[in-house]
Design a protein around this ligand. Structure first.
Ligand code: ACO
Length: 313
């Protein structure tokens, strides 16, 4: 029996804040429309910052708070669908920035908005025989780079940012996870590098239906695995911050008490793989996430992929 323990977290957002009001000067939208449909008021977009800058800054903060150095890190995973380069990976560039050892297991993974939890599961497995006891799991996205800023259906939804966690393997503890994907080529598609400009294409209603289905089901499966009857037996639920209406819909279906489901998309938008570690970092900073708490976290996104975990903080 073993589970990952998140020792510390960090986050980094680009300096530039873009409000709905600012976007309404270039596309036909309004703060009222965007906020009522999504819970988003503003997001951060990179100007000079790269994805690596955000990832490295978030990772350094997490390592400092954990009291760890490169001498403790044996695994480095970056979850992203918007890396600075197809190759080298963000994780390899992080290795150089953070001066991680040459035998560190470094790679990127793409599970869209579920990426951080795929990274956590993979890091936990790899730590079993890693050269050093800790892993860095980073979610980092520069989604503004792949957005069509003239498409009001998508350009209001996303933001840039990074979140990071330093993770150790704890023997004698348990956790529960659920993972899935649907081989769906169309519901969310991001045009890759090539002659056609990058853009996100999304069937918003299909994604909404998918999200509420798999988030509710994942939480029910995790509760059953832990032998809990109600979501209110948990201390916190931290979902991918795509959209407040998805979270509110699931919270209502599960009859959750007020405030159990965390939300911070109002200031960040949907930062994909970065959203869960950014949320965890804010919760720690606010003193709302304390050792021993039992939490559920669920991600969902392109692929269509999803992932959930029930763990002790
Ligand atoms: N401002 C004003 N009007 C808009 C905007 C906008 N930004 N975007 C769309 N509209 C218009 C549409 O053109 C449409 O107009 P029409 O009726 O004249 O054709 C009208 O608003 C209604 O559009 P819908 O798509 O039906 O709006 P809906 O209520 O479904 O909300 C939304 C759209 C917010 C995208 C919703 O479907 C949703 O939340 N889906 C989930 C999307 C999501 O969370 N994706 C990310 C998860 S996965 C990942 O993270 C990669």
């Amino acid at each position: 029996m073993s589970a990952p323990r998140i020792l510390a977290t960090g986050r980094c957002l680009p300096e530039r804040v873009v409000t709905n009001e600012e976007l309404s000067r270039t596309v036909d939208t309004s703060d009222q429309w965007v906020f009522s449909r999504t819970g988003i008021h503003s997001r951060h977009f990179c100007t000079a910052e790269t994805g690596l800058d955000l990832a490295a800054s978030a990772a350094r903060r997490a390592m400092d708070r954990a009291g760890m150095t490169a001498a403790d890190i044996g695994v480095c995973i970056a979850a992203t669908f918007t890396p600075d380069h197809a190759s080298p990976s963000t994780a390899c560039l992080l290795q150089r920035e953070l001066e991680l050892g040459e035998d560190t297991v470094c790679f990127d993974l793409n599970a869209a908005c579920a990426g951080f939890l795929y990274g956590l599961k993979t890091a936990h497995a790899l730590l079993e025989d890693a050269p050093r006891p800790c892993a860095l799991v980073v979610g980092a996205e520069v989604i503004s780079r792949v957005m069509d800023m003239t498409d009001r259906n998508t350009c209001v939804l996303f933001g840039d940012g990074a979140g990071a966690a330093v993770v150790r393997r704890d023997e004698g503890r348990s956790w529960h996870t659920v993972f899935g994907s649907r081989g769906d080529p169309a519901s969310i598609r991001v045009q890759g590098p090539g002659p056609v400009p990058s853009a996100i294409h999304m069937d918003g209603k299909a994604v909404f239906r998918f999200a509420v289905e798999v988030v509710e089901r994942s939480i029910r499966q995790l509760l059953a695995a832990e032998g809990l009857e109600s979501v209110n037996d948990l201390d916190l639920v931290v979902c991918h911050q795509a959209n407040a209406r998805i979270i509110d819909f699931v919270a209502k279906r599960l009859k959750a008490r007020e405030g159990l489901f965390f939300k911070n998309m109002d200031r960040y938008g949907n930062t994909s793989a970065a959203s869960i570690p950014i949320a965890l970092d804010e919760l720690v900073e606010q003193g709302r996430l304390r050792p021993g708490m039992r939490i559920v976290t669920v991600g969902f996104g392109g692929g269509l992929t999803w992932a959930g975990a029930l763990l002790r903080w």
